[in-house]
Each structure stands twice: as C-alpha cells, then as structure tokens.
Design a protein around this ligand. Structure first.
Ligand code: ARG
Ligand code: ZN
Length: 882
C-alpha cells in the first residue's frame, strides 16, 4: 500500500507572485446552521508578474462545491478539477474573467473555529491565517488584495444583527419571508484573511469618535444579550486608542464605522478584520465584580492592538506569512507604547520583559526555537508565537534605540507613505529606516533571521590610578535548530555609569566620542570601551530599560547590585538588580538543596527588598513588581540543564517564607496603608496600590501563621472587587489551610453563571503545587462548566496545568505528561490549533533531569505515533522530538 505523501514544508526562498489576481469579490451568503450557501463572484485577471498561460488554481479546505461558472457559463466537468482542498480551472482565457463559485457549509459542525462557525448561536468567522478557504475557493494568500462586497441573508429571529467589513450600504426584509439581509461594502483592497462577517442576536453599545480631520466614525461593540454593561471599558479603550494613533503615529481611521464583536468561542485573543474586529469575549467584557486589574490592562492592550492593525497590517499588509512579524511585532510594539503612555512606562516595561523572558526566552532555548522571520513552516498557525510577536516587538524597539526617536519616526512615516496599499516584506520595512536615516541596517537585519537569545558578557575594570573604567563585552549566540553558523549581531547596549551619590557620570569615551543617547552599538564578538577621567569609581548600569533582548551576565558584585537597586536612575535596572540578586540566590540554593549543602544567605536580597519597600517615593505598582520573585520556570531556565522542578519549588517556597518573616513589619505596613480610597476604579494608580497590598498579603501568608492565613480569609470575605477577591483566593489555594475547599466552593457558587470567572477558578486549581492536583484537574474535566470545545475553558484548566504548574506537569512519575498528551489527542479531533498550542507546553523537556526527560519523551512519542494527527499537532511533536 502506498503511504500518503508527506505534505512539503513551505519555504520563504520559494516565494513566487500569484499567477492570477482578484480585483473584486462579491459574496452572497445565506446563513443556516447546517447548510449555509455561499456564492462568490470573483473578478480575476492574469498577473503580469505571474507565469503566462497559467491555470486558475484556488485553495479550499473541507469545501463542498455546488456549482461553478466562468464568465456566466457553467463549466463542464472536464474543464476543471475540484477536491475539498483545491479547485483548478484548466486553460482559462488569458484575460479578465468572472469566476462564480457556489459552496455549501455547515457552521454548526465547524469545531475548528476557523472559517465560518457558530459561537453560542452567533455566526462568526475567523480567516487568519488560512480560514477563508473554508468559506469559498480562493487564492488564499495575503498578496492577493481585492475589494469586497458582502450580502448576508438570515432568519430575522435567529440573526437580527448582520455585520460585515467596511460600511453598510443596504439592508431590509425579504418580502414575504421571515428572512432579512444586509449588504456591506469595504472600499479598501484587502487580503482575504481580513474578511469577516457576523450574524446573531447581539446587544450593541454605541458611541462615536471624531477623527483629527473632523470625520465622525460610528463605533459599536456587540456582545451577548445582557452583557452590554460590561463593555464600557473596552469602548473607552477604543476611543483612547484612536486618538493615540493619530497623535503618536499620524494614523487616522479610514471608514465610517468601526465595529467590535465579542464571542465566547475563539482560538486566539482577537482579530483585526477590516472595520469589524472579532474578539475573544475575555478581552472585551469587564466589570469590577468579574474582572481583575490585569484583565482591564489586557483589554486595553488588545483593543489597542487590533485597532492599530488598521494601519500596520491592513493598510500595509504582509506579502506572505513568513512576514508575519511585519504586522505583529510592529503592532505589539505600538500597543506596548500605547499602554506605557496610558499607565506607568517603567511598570509596563517590567511586565513586558517578564512576559518576554518567561515565554519567548523559553521558546528560544528549546526545540521550538525559530527566527522572528521563519524561513520554513509546515503549519503557519504554529507560528503565532512569542518569538514572532514579543521578540518581533523587541526588534522594532531596538530599531528605535539605534536610530533615536526622530530617526525612528522618520522611518515609520516613510513606511506609511511608500507602502500604503502594499503587501510588504521585512526588507521593505527596514529599507524605509535605512533610507530615511542614511544608514546601513544589514547587520541589524540578522535579528530577523537568527534564532536564539544572544548571551552578552560584560565586565568592568576600574583603574584607580588612571581613574578610567574599562568595559569588556563579549557576545555569543547559542546554536539553535537548523542554525549552526551564527554571525555577530548589532546589539544596542544602553548603559549608565552611576556615581557614588547615585547621579549618572558622563559617558565620554577615550577617543573623545560620546555614547550617543547613552547607547553603545556592539557589532563584534568582543569589544572593549574605556571611559577616562572619571571622578570616582562608578557602578555600571547595563542594558538599561532592557533595550536589547539578551541574556546579560556581568562581574558586578552583590554589593554593586544592592547599590543599583537603591540608586539607579533607570527604574527598570533598579528592578532588575533585585531580580538578579534573587535569581542568583534561588539558583545557588536549589543546587545546594540537591547536593545537601548549606543554603546561601538571603541577607542581600532582604536588604534590597527592604530598601525598596521602605522608599515612600516609589510607585506602589513598581514596588509590587520588585517584590515578585522570579518564577519557577525563570529559575529552571537559568539553571538550564538537569532541572529538578521539585527542588526549585521547595527552594522558592522557603525563600518566600524567609522574606515574609524578615520583612514582616514593612509588609504589614504596606498591607494596611496601600488600599486605594473610595470605590473600585481600574486606573493604573489604584491598580498599583491593590497590587502592592495583595503582594504583601501573599508574602505574609507564605510564613504560614494562622494570623496571616486569617488575614487572607478576611480579605477574601471583605473584597468588593475581583482583583482582591481572587488575590485572596489564590493565597488560600496555595497555602492550603483547612478552609480552602470552602473558599473555592463559595467562589464557584457566587460566579457559577459566569464562564469567564469560572475560568479563573479552573486555572487556579490547576496551578496548585501538590500531588492531588492531577486528580483534581481530571475531575474538573467532567465538571458541567468545562467543555473541550471551548478554547478558553481548555486553556484555563489544562493549559494552566501544563504551563503554569511546574511540579505537577513535571511529576516524576510522568503522569502529568501522559494526561496532557492524552488531552492533546482528544482535542486534536475537535480543534487542532488549540491542541497544538497545548502540546507546545513540552517545549523545555530537554532541559529536565534524565528521569523526567525520558518520561516526557515517551509521552511525545506516543503522540507522534498516533495515526491521523492534524498537521498542527504533527508539526509541533515532530519539532519537539527532533
Ligand atoms: N492577527 C491576530 C492578532 O491580532 C491573531 C490571529 C491569529 N489567528 C490564528 N488562527 N492563527 O494577533
Ligand atoms: Zn496582531
């Protein structure tokens, strides 16, 4: 018997322009849960840049073709070939033609949540990356841009609201029937991945926005009936985003309408469809009773992110999916800047760097490492990663650090001017910055092609007699899958020389030049810099603001770090100095525990934290970040090999207890005084006070005294908002006092009808670091509130177990791996994208000690050997085992 040929990977080097273009698309879609009829009329023409005389080849995915006509004439069976995954029209006339295609879809049966599907009865679509081909046959690639007109028809009772891209041009009843229709027209040419439609019973929150040039835009946020009271913050964030993009980037909105729809079943966070963003409802709905401060911050960031895509992604799109970072990295950078301007810049930077390290550095250090712009893929959906998004944003941030704010904005302006309406590449993007600034960015471009986190070693030497400081830096790029020959990178090293009084000393080099804007540009494997004529020995504050996404090590002493924690003018590095002391302590103490040796002294850490807690001039949100220790996975990554998650957990728990005891008076004071006055408000200052108070509550409870546990119980009972209530419940869940189950049950009873809150309840239980958790999680998969078909439920319960519970996922007996592998296989038949994402939790398995690594490998092998895997899961498991 012949085996099916393995599908070939797609390669960047094999890019060819499309042979046929599409100028306009007319869609006529009659919604029905099991038999939606789609008629697509495509005005096509041969691409002068394509291969002459080509057939018309269209993509499909699980499609059923009902009829096909060319220029109005039904096609005979011999002149075309149709399968569920492609449609080829042989020997078409080499001139503009009209192709009319009728397909039949079953939205209710679509559990992959790609293409047209139903979420709690609402019809909605998700087309990025390759979902449009599940609606009709089409050249489903981002470099085919067309103008869309969409007619949607539905039962009036079932779908009173009908939404499409662009502006609504007509709507009304269909006389003599129970049906109605709406026609939407989007004047902006777009790739099909930005197509969307929605039909359902939805409630609308309405507002409007007047643009910089005085155009009035109608804004709508559509939610499930009864939930419009929770959409106010999202609307507010949207209006602030629209204003900010005009002011910061000169980007004005370009349609009469901007709509957002919140749906309960969604594979990712949200989607930037032109004029009709579709959101996971978790990133729209918020009320003080149901959403935490972190939820509010995420809503603000994601509303902004999708809105900002209107220019970076939609007006200028990607030539092919290898260029995904062109829109995603840039748009993440833009949303980070927005949040920084709306909130506290240092606190936002700290939060972003924490996320970068925990997700992206971990990805870059394991078998799933890939460049910001990959050069090959088997399944594009597996490349919506921390590397493409978060490292992609860091690369844009570095561009700004290298060029300065003015040079950066000159490049952005040129990019918008030169490429508006284009499907562009990373080279196009970089050329704008090079041209606008008259610089060469060839070496900088390596950030897009070389994977792995660069390691930077910096050593400073003080010459007391000469009063000079020498800085030696060495860069090293670790080997990563498929990349063995690494070139030195252009690394902007932002630094300061901190004098004994805490003031920065001048950054003049011995050749008389200055480190411009406090940045040294590193280009070689090893470089040395000398700062002459210094009045005193300074302490070097390195990689300020985490300007370069590198792993830095240095010869700074613990005393130097304690000094920086107290004195550095750069708030990020104040935070980072404490983290470095803590991480060094935790790594050393973990090794000591495994080898039965004495633990190092926590005194320097206690001193640095005490100084931070006692500094009334600091922002409470900043103090809370400094108090939050590196996570168990941060420690594991720092250890790097032969990792024992149980030893890490015990060490970290012991340190938390020690800190709670040593800092008790200051923590009690913070708890008593940090509470914001008045009723709940989600603003950054109030959120920061709650964060500090809840961090204090948590560290105090780590001591385990009944008074401290009692404080958490009181906090739980007295809470008037979700931030405080859930913070207290988390403390109780991890401390495991006798009343824990009662508190969990009370929380469930209170929020049983609110799936997004129940997700928090699932996630918390899945993260408890005790042997009973696996059984608890298994039992919860049978809970009536759980559903394998809903991505939010799966991510909350099983995703949290696999990614946020180091000790229980990595149980020494391998039962955690088996459970996740089993779940991945079940889920693969329902929703391959979510299954593949869950499987990626195995990304660090090679760093584990031999026993666990062997068990993880067996679980992965079991998945790999299962017949009929989706391309999504097969790709991840293949790379994880490679
Ligand atoms: N472009 C969306 C964003 O704003 C993500 C959509 C990805 N969807 C997918 N199925 N891979 O980041
Ligand atoms: Zn995006």
């Amino acid at each position: 018997m012949l085996r099916d040929a393995e599908p070939q990977p797609v390669r960047l080097s094999q890019y060819r322009p499309p042979d046929w273009l599409v100028d306009t698309v007319h869609l006529d879609i009659r919604l029905h849960h099991s038999a939606t009829r789609v008629i697509a009329r495509l005005a096509m023409r041969p691409n002068p840049e394509g291969r002459e005389g080509s057939p018309i080849v269209l993509d499909g995915d699980e499609l059923v073709l009902k009829s096909l006509a060319l220029d109005g004439v039904p096609l005979a069976g011999t002149s075309y070939a149709a399968t569920p995954s492609s449609l080829t029209i042989f020997a078409p006339p080499q001139q503009p033609v009209t192709v009319e295609i009728e397909t039949l879809l079953a939205p209710s049966a679509n559990t992959k949540l790609m293409g047209l599907y139903r979420s709690s009865g609402t019809y909605c679509t998700q087309c990025e990356a390759e979902g449009f081909r599940r609606i009709t046959y089409f050249p489903d690639r981002p470099d085919v841009l067309a103008v869309y007109t969409t007619r949607i028809e539905a039962e009036r009772d079932e779908a009173p609201v009908l939404l499409g891209n662009g502006n609504k041009v007509e709507s009304g009843p269909i006389e003599g029937t129970t049906r109605h229709f709406a026609i939407w027209h989007d004047p902006w040419p777009k790739p099909c991945y930005l197509f969307a439609l929605v039909g359902g019973k939805l409630e609308r929150v309405a507002d409007s926005f007047t643009t910089a040039t005085g155009k009035v835009v109608e804004l709508g946020i559509y939610v499930e009936p009864g939930k419009s009271g929770r959409a106010g913050y999202a609307m507010d964030a949207l209006k602030r985003s629209m204003r900010w993009d005009e002011e910061a980037f000169g980007c004005e909105y370009d349609l009469d309408v901007f709509n957002i729809v919140a749906v309960a079943d969604f594979n990712m966070g949200a989607m930037e469809n032109k004029g009709l963003n579709v959101f996971n409802d978790k990133y729209v709905l918020a009320s003080p009773e149901t959403a935490t401060d972190a939820d509010y911050a995420n809503i603000e960031a994601i509303i902004a992110h999708e809105y900002f895509h209107n220019w970076t992604g939609n007006r200028i799109t990607c030539r092919d999916w290898f260029q995904l970072c062109l829109k995603e990295g840039l748009t993440v950078f833009r949303d980070q800047e927005f949040s920084s301007d709306q909130r506290s810049r240092p606190v936002k930077r700290i939060a972003d760097v924490r996320l970068l390290k925990s997700h992206q550095f971990a990805e870059d250090a394991g078998p799933l490492a890939h460049p910001v712009r990959p050069n090959t893929y088997r399944e594009i959906n597996n490349f919506y990663t921390a590397t493409v998004y978060e490292k992609g944003a860091e690369v844009v941030r570095m561009l700004k650090t290298v060029l300065g704010a003015e040079g950066f904005h000159a490049g952005m302006d040129l990019y918008f001017d030169r490429h508006d309406g284009d499907a562009a590449t990373v080279e196009d993007f970089l050329a704008c910055f090079a041209d606008a600034n008259g610089v060469d960015l060839e070496q900088f471009a390596l950030w897009y092609s070389q994977s792995g986190t660069p390691e930077l070693r910096a050593e400073t030497y003080w010459n007391e007699a000469a009063r000079t400081l020498r800085l030696d830096v060495e860069q090293r790029l670790p080997l990563t899958p498929g990349q063995t020959d690494k070139q030195p990178m252009l690394i902007p090293l932002a630094l300061g020389l901190v004098g004994p009084d805490g003031a920065d000393l001048p950054l003049t080099l011995d050749d008389g030049s200055n480190a411009e804007r406090g940045v040294l540009l590193l280009r070689q494997p090893k470089q040395s810099f000398v700062f002459p004529d210094l009045p005193h020995r300074p302490v070097a504050s390195l990689n300020r603001g985490f300007a370069a996404p590198v792993k830095l090590s240095s010869n700074l002493t613990t005393d130097d770090l304690v000094f920086l924690a107290r004195n550095d003018a750069d708030p990020f590095n104040r935070f980072d100095a404490v983290q470095t002391i803590a991480l060094t302590h935790l790594v050393t103490a973990t090794q000591a525990l495994r080898e039965g040796e004495a633990a190092p002294s926590p005194a320097p850490l206690v001193e640095a934290l005490g100084a931070t807690l006692g500094n009334g001039a600091l922002d409470p949100a900043f103090i809370a970040q400094v108090l939050a220790l590196p996570s168990e996975s941060d420690i594991a990554r720092e250890i790097g090999r032969d990792v024992d998650p149980d030893a890490i957990h015990s060490t970290r728990r012991l340190l938390r207890r020690t800190l709670g005891e040593a800092l008790r008076p200051a923590l009690e004071a913070a708890y008593s005084h940090a509470a914001p006055a008045g009723g709940y408000s989600p603003d950054a200052a109030s959120a920061g006070r709650r964060a500090l108070r809840n961090t204090a509550l948590d560290l105090l409870a780590a001591t385990g005294t009944s008074a401290d546990i009692g404080r958490a119980l009181t906090h739980f009972d007295a809470a008037d908002n979700m931030t405080d209530r859930f913070a207290a419940l988390s403390v109780l869940a991890h401390a495991a006092p006798p009343d824990r189950e009662a508190a969990l049950a009370a929380f469930y009873d209170r929020f049983r009808d609110d799936p997004l809150v129940i997700d928090k309840w699932f996630a918390l239980q899945a993260q408890i670091s005790e042997p009973g958790t696996l059984e608890r999680v298994r039992a919860l998969t049978e809970h009536p509130a759980f559903a394998m078909s809903n991505p939010n439920r799966v991510r909350s319960l099983i995703g949290s177990f696999a990614s946020a519970n180091q000790t229980q996922f990595n149980r020494p007996d391998g039962a955690g791996y088996e459970f996740v592998a089993e779940t991945v296989l079940t889920l693969d038949g329902i929703n391959p994208q979510v299954a593949a994402r869950l499987l990626a939790a195995f990304k660090s398995w090679r760093a584990l000690e031999a026993g666990r690594a062997g068990r993880a490998q067996s679980a992965l092998r079991r998945v790999a050997e299962t017949p009929g895997l989706s391309p999504d899961v097969s790709d991840i498991v293949g790379r994880a085992l490679d």
